[in-house]
Design a protein around this ligand. Sequence first.
Ligand SMILES: [Zn+2]
Length: 70
Amino acid sequence: MTHASAAVDQPIPVQIPLREIIPWAVFVGILAFVVLYFVSTEEGATALFSGGYVHEFVHDGRHLLAFPCH
Ligand SMILES: [Zn+2]
């Protein structure tokens, strides 16, 4: 049995400068906090929207993430 030596192309990692990542990381972080607010705190005295529609829309998510509800 012979071993054929074939040149295997190694993947070259792409370098992404940190300067290009930071604005997107901040943007995604802000979006994550907004979503976390609506899932966790949007009800009662802290509600931004009246009527409880947002609370009912994310209600299953509240229970899934173990936020107190009822
Ligand atoms: Zn509930």
